[in-house]
Design a binder for this molecule. Sequence first.
Ligand code: PMP
Length: 358
Amino acid sequence: TAEDEVRFRSVLDDVAAYKPGKPPERTDGRPSFKLSSNENPYPPLPGVLAAATEAAGNMNRYPDMGALPLLEALSERFDVPVTDLAIGTGSVAVLYHLLQAACGEGDEVVYAWRSFEAYPIAVQLTGATSVQVPLTEDARHDLKAMEAAITDRTKVVMVCTPNNPTGPVVHRDELVAFLDAVPRNVLVVLDEAYREFVRDTETPDCTEMYRDRPNVVVLRTFSKAYGLAGFRIGYAIGHAPVIAAIRKCALPFGVSEIAQAAAVASLRAEKELLDRVEALVVERTRVVGELRAAGWDVPETHANFVWMPLGDETLAFAEAVQAEGVSVRPFPGEGARVTIGEREANDLFLTIACAWRQ
Ligand code: PMP
């Protein structure tokens, strides 16, 4: 009977579990490539691997929750005080903690849609309500419409730049106008998970935007440009009261010593890692150019992925590329997001995608 069953909070009835990208399925021995999770295709740098391996020797101890060596390295990197920095098991965890700290039942959270799949889940889990503002025709944030969507109940606004899964960025002028218009008691989350891949000069570095705005918090991650997705480590840059609220909601000892050591080593090896990012940006330009030449109407992208607007053909396309050994991320009825991978992966994907248009 119902009395014998564990009952969960009613908000969970509508929460869809987060679905990670599928690894490619291939049994014929030919190479296969995972282009479904915006991962970095490069293997770890030897120095980063060595730092992580050394830290693994302490696995019988809890990690350093203060994470001071990493916070100090980030503090130097961004010229911010350590009190303005919080880390978490991926920037998605930092976002969960922040939303948990900021909102609950009766509150609203405004963000663009389509955007990162974790946003609606994270908002629902707090009991707050998502207010999704449609992207423009060319897949950009409509900041004017987002501004108009703010009500007395709005607690948080999230801006994803570059936007996952479509790729465009928010420009400096429009962002400044937007931030000036948002009430100061509304927290603005600027999610820059892909910032290192941006080459557009009109795109602000949001870590500058937070400085004179106590209600602005920036999310960054080591998962993408720095290639540490598997270690789960991301961070927030915001004013001390925001950071203190995140820390109160954080899981005790959430970020491992291994992840912290790898992140510190990655900041030391940043030049080499950013050279790899540059190579991915060159590949991105090539992929977008070839797709457009083949007739694909792909939006401009400033991240390590490209959005294929496929509408009703989305699932058929995803299955066709999967059959050739490439997994992509389908959003049924809308389109597919394809990560920029190693050259060989991109070549295989381009062959399939260009043939699809013929
Ligand atoms: N924000 C955006 C926009 C993302 O696309 C992702 C990863 N897919 C994240 C945050 C979270 O990344 P992580 O938790 O690995 O830091």
